[in-house]
Design a protein around this ligand. Structure first.
Ligand code: DLL
Length: 451
C-alpha cells in the first residue's frame, strides 16, 4: 500500500480534476493497470478457492481447476456470486481468514431474512481508507479541511468508511452521523466545515434547513459534497449545488465490496472513476448474463482484487449503468461508470412500460417550482399497476384555489407522460408534508407488495 504523500501534489490549473491522493496508482498506464489486475486476480481466485469452502465447491462444480486461474482473461467463465450466497453462508461462512483476523464487521440491513455480513482484516481497513482518501482528494479536500460526516455510523458502511479515509487524508472529521438537522447546520458554520459527506437526499434537506434559518449558499462554508448510497439525477445535483453553494460529487459503493470507495467522481463530474486496481469491473446483460460491449447499459459486476477477509468473485450488484473508457480530463486512467439509473429489482413496470424512479425524478426536477422532495406510490387495481406521484411546491406558489391545484397536477402528469410514456396521477401535497430523509431516501411505496 502506498504511504501518505508528504505534500499534496500541487493542483495543475490545466487539469480540471483537482487533487490526487496517490497519483502513481490513479494515473498508471492502462498496461500497468492490467498487469496489477492480473496479479491480484490470480491471488484472489486462489485464495477464494482454497480458503472459502463455498468457492471451493462452486469452482469444482463449474469444472474450474487451479490451472485455469492462471489465465485471468477467463474470469468471464467463472460463476457469479449473488446476495443470497452471502445470506446462505451467514454469518461468517464467506470469510477467507479465521474470524480472529477480522478486525471489523459491517452488515447491510436486509428487510427480510439474514443481513449480509462483510468482514475486514486490518489490511482491508487500511486499503478501504486509501480508497476513500482518493475519493475525497478528487474533490479537492486535503489536510487542514474539515469534513462533516453525516453518513450513518454503525453497521452501515458510510459513516466509518468516510471517517477512516478522511483521517488518513489528514482532514479533521466531525463524526456527526445522520439526523439532528438543526445541529448539523449550526456546527457546519461554527466549525467551518469545508466538506460534507451524506446522502444526496439528506444534502437537500440540509439545504432546506439552512434556508429556513435565513442562510443562503454564501453563508455556508462547505465547498464540496460527497453524495451516494442512493440513486440521484444530475437535475438533483443542480439543486444541491445551488442550495449549499458546493460542488456535489457522486460516490458509489456497496457493502459487499466493502462499502463506499468503489468509484468516485472527480471535479470534471463526468462519470465515477472505478478503483480498477482494487475492483475488476464488468457489465453484463441482466437476463442472459453475457458480457456487454462498452457503452451499453447493463448490470455491474465486480470481483474484489485486494480484499483479504472476504474476496467476492463476479458479484452481481443489480445496479444498472454503463462504462466509459475514454480518458478523463483529470488525468486518471481508470474506467468510469455512469450514474446508476437504478437497481434491476427497483424497476417499476407500469402497464407494460419499464421505468425507474430516477427517471421520474429527472422529469420532476426539470420542471420549475417543484421542490426536490417527492414520493412514488405504486398500487394495483385489478390487473393494472397504478402510480401516484406526490410532489411539493414552494410555499409562495402553493396554489390557493382548487382549480389552480388541479391544473398544476395535470400539467406535471402530462409532462411525465410526454417524456416517459406512463400515465400517473400527480398529487400536490402541502409544503413540507413529504417525509424528509436523513439517510437513504425511500422514494417508492409499493402497496402491491403490502397486499
Ligand atoms: O450504500 C455504501 C455507500 C455508502 C455508498 C456511502 C456511497 C456512500 P449499501 O447500503 O450496501 O452500501 O447499498 C449499496 O446502494 O448497490 C446501489 O444500489 C446503491 N448506491 C450506492 N451508491 C450509489 C450511487 C452503500 N452513487 C447500494 N448512486 C448499491 C446510485 C448507489 N446508487
Amino acid at each position: 500500500m502506498s504511504a501518505a504523500p508528504a505534500v499534496r501534489p500541487p493542483r495543475d490549473p490545466d487539469e480540471a480534476g483537482g487533487w490526487y491522493w496517490d497519483p502513481r496508482a490513479e494515473r498508471m498506464s492502462v498496461d500497468e493497470l492490467r498487469d496489477v489486475q492480473m496479479r491480484r486476480l490470480q491471488a484472489t481466485l486462489r485464495q477464494a478457492m482454497e480458503q472459502v469452502p463455498f468457492y471451493g465447491r462452486r469452482f469444482r462444480d463449474a469444472g474450474v481447476t487451479a490451472a485455469d486461474l492462471d489465465c485471468p482473461g477467463a474470469v468471464a467463465d467463472l460463476p457469479f456470486t449473488v446476495k443470497t450466497d452471502l445470506r446462505d453462508n451467514y454469518p461468517f461462512g464467506m470469510f477467507a481468514v479465521a474470524r480472529e483476523e477480522v478486525v471489523r464487521v459491517h452488515a447491510s440491513s436486509g428487510t427480510t431474512g439474514n443481513p449480509t455480513v462483510v468482514g475486514y482484516t486490518r489490511d482491508d481497513v487500511h486499503t478501504w481508507s486509501e480508497l476513500i482518501a482518493r475519493t475525497l482528494a478528487a474533490g479537492g479536500l486535503g489536510p487542514g479541511d474539515l469534513l462533516q460526516n453525516a453518513y450513518g455510523y454503525g453497521l452501515f458502511t458510510g459513516g466509518l468508511g468516510l471517517h477512516y479515509g478522511a483521517e488518513l487524508l489528514g482532514c479533521t472529521v466531525l463524526p456527526i452521523s445522520g439526523g439532528q438537522t438543526e445541529r448539523q447546520v449550526k456546527l457546519m458554520r461554527d466549525f467551518t466545515a469545508t466538506g460534507l459527506a451524506c446522502t444526496p437526499s439528506y444534502a437537500l434537506y440540509l439545504a432546506e434547513a439552512a434556508r429556513d434559518r435565513g442562510l443562503g449558499p454564501d453563508d455556508l462554508p462547505v465547498r464540496v459534497g460527497y453524495h451516494g448510497a442512493e440513486p440521484w439525477s444530475n437535475e438533483m445535483r443542480v439543486q444541491i449545488e445551488a442550495g449549499l453553494g458546493i460542488d456535489a460529487l457522486d460516490i458509489y459503493g456497496l457493502s459487499e465490496m466493502g462499502g463506499p470507495g468503489v468509484a468516485y467522481e472527480c471535479l470534471c463530474k463526468c462519470g465515477m472513476h472505478v478503483n480498477e486496481d482494487h475492483y475488476l469491473v464488468e457489465i453484463v446483460d441482466p437476463e442472459t448474463l453475457a458480457p456487454l460491449p462498452e457503452g451499453t447499459v447493463g448490470e455491474l459486476v465486480f470481483t474484489t482484487l485486494s480484499r483479504r477477509a472476504q474476496p467476492l468473485i463476479r458479484y452481481r450488484t443489480r445496479d444498472l449503468c454503463s462504462l466509459i473508457y475514454e480518458p478523463c480530463a483529470c488525468g486518471r486512467t481508470s474506467a468510469r461508470m455512469t450514474k446508476p439509473v437504478g437497481r434491476s429489482d427497483d424497476m417499476l413496470i407500469i402497464r407494460g412500460v419499464n421505468v425507474f424512479p430516477s427517471q421520474i425524478e429527472e422529469v420532476l426536477m426539470s420542471l420549475p417550482d417543484i421542490e426536490p422532495h417527492y414520493q412514488i406510490v405504486v398500487d394495483r387495481k385489478g390487473h393494472l399497476d397504478v402510480v401516484e406521484v406526490w410532489i411539493e411546491v414552494a410555499e409562495e406558489i402553493f396554489p390557493e384555489t382548487m382549480g389552480g391545484l388541479e391544473r398544476f397536477e395535470r400539467g406535471v402528469a402530462k409532462r411525465i407522460y410526454e417524456v416517459l410514456g406512463i400515465q400517473v396521477k400527480v398529487s400536490l401535497k402541502e409544503p413540507r408534508t413529504i417525509k424528509r430523509s436523513e439517510g437513504k431516501a425511500v422514494r417508492v411505496i409499493d402497496k402491491r407488495k403490502l397486499n
